[in-house]
Design a protein around this ligand. Structure first.
Ligand code: SAM
Length: 281
C-alpha cells in the first residue's frame, strides 16, 4: 500500500483524503500559535532541537549540502536547516502548508523550495533529483501506512554517500493510556490504522475545526530501521531519548529548555528516538 492513487490511477484512498483535509485545515491554526512562535522564528530563532543539530553534525553536517525535508509542515524546521547552510527543499501534502512555507521563507528572508506532494509520490514530484540529506520526523511517520515503501522513498531521494536523519517520537509511548502508564494499545502496527475523530489540534484543543477524522499507524523502531536497511542504507547512529517535546502525559515535567521529562522516581522510558542511515557511496 502506498501512493496517492491506486495502481490503475483510480480514486485516492480514504486515509489520504481524510488526513490531508485535517492537516490542511490545521496549518493556519499552527502558524498563528504560540507553540510554533512564528514571529520569533522570523526574528532569527532556529527551531531545531540541540540534539538534532549535534547528531547531524556527527554525520557530517548540512553546510553547503542539499537537504530535502519530508512532511515539512509549514517549513520552520526546513528553513532552520537553511540557516545552518543547507540548500533546502520541503515536501508536504497539505497545500496550505506549502503556501505558508513559501510565505514564511519570504518573511524570514531565507531561501527554500517547497513542493506539494504526498510522501510516496515525492521522488516523482521532485523529478528524480537526489539530495545529500533526507530529514524527517517529529510526528511524521505515524501518518504513513506503509513504512517499507517509505524506506524505499528515502533511499530513492538520497545521493550516493548521502544520509537520512530521522528524529521521531518513540512508538512505545503510543502503547500507554493518556493519563497513566498503563499499556492499553498495541505496539505493533495494525494494518487498518487507528482511526479517530478529534477536533482541535495539539497547539489548541479548543480550536474550531471541521475536518477531524484521521488515521495513524504506529511503527515499531525495528520496522523503521528494517525499512531503511532493506532499502540499502547503512545504520550509523541510533539513539533513544528520555525526553519529549510536548506534554504527552499530565505528569511530565517541563524544563526551562522546553523539553518534557518523566518525574524522578518513575521508571525510565524512551520518549523519542533518532537515527542516521547512509546510502553507500
Ligand atoms: C506533525 S507534522 C510534522 C511536523 C514537522 N516535523 C515540522 O517541521 O513541524 C506532520 C506533517 O506531515 C504531513 N503529512 C502527513 N501525511 C503525509 C503524507 N502522506 N504525505 C506528505 N505529507 C504528509 C502533514 O501535512 C504535516 O505537515
Amino acid at each position: 500500500m502506498a501512493g496517492g492513487a491506486d495502481a490503475a490511477g483510480g480514486a485516492e484512498p480514504d486515509w489520504l483524503v481524510k488526513n490531508r483535509a485535517a492537516w490542511d485545515e490545521r496549518v493556519p491554526i499552527h502558524v498563528a500559535s504560540s507553540f510554533y512562535d512564528v514571529d520569533r522564528f522570523v526574528a532569527g530563532r532556529n527551531s531545531l532541537r540541540d540534539f538534532e543539530v549535534a547528531e547531524v553534525a556527527t554525520a557530517g553536517g548540512v553546510a553547503g549540502r542539499s537537504l530535502v525535508h519530508l512532511q515539512c509542515h509549514f517549513g520552520q524546521d526546513t528553513l532552520s536547516w537553511a540557516r545552518l547552510g543547507a540548500r533546502v527543499t520541503g515536501v508536504d501534502f497539505a497545500p496550505s502548508g506549502i503556501d505558508a512555507a513559501r510565505t514564511l521563507a519570504e518573511r524570514a528572508g531565507v531561501p527554500g523550495e517547497f513542493v506539494c506532494a504526498e510522501v510516496y509520490d515525492a521522488p516523482a514530484a521532485l523529478g528524480g533529483r537526489t539530495f545529500d540529506v533526507v530529514y524527517t520526523g517529529l510526528g511524521a511517520l505515524v501518518w504513513l501506512p506503509d513504512i517499507a515503501s517509505w524506506g524505499r522513498v528515502v533511499a530513492d531521494l538520497l545521493a550516493p554517500g548521502g544520509f537520512c536523519y530521522l528524529a521521531e517520537f518513540h512508538p512505545v509511548v503510543d502503547v500507554f493510556d493518556d493519563d497513566r502508564l498503563v499499556a492499553t494499545r498495541p505496539y505493533f502496527t495494525v494494518a487498518d490504522g487507528d482511526w479517530s475523530d478529534t477536533p482541535g489540534s495539539y497547539v489548541d484543543w479548543d480550536a474550531a475545526t471541521t475536518h477531524n477524522e484521521t488515521v495513524e499507524w504506529t511503527h515499531p523502531v525495528s520496522s523503521v530501521v528494517s525499512a531503511l536497511l532493506d532499502a540499502g542504507l547503512v545504520l550509523e547512529q541510533l539513539h533513544e531519548h528520555g525526553h519529549t517535546l510536548f506534554e504527552r502525559w499530565p505528569f511530565l515535567e517541563r524544563r526551562a529548555d522546553g523539553t518534557y521529562h518523566l518525574p524522578s522516581g518513575s521508571p525510565s522510558l524512551p520518549l523519542m528516538y533518532s537515527l542516521v542511515a547512509r546510502r553507500p557511496a
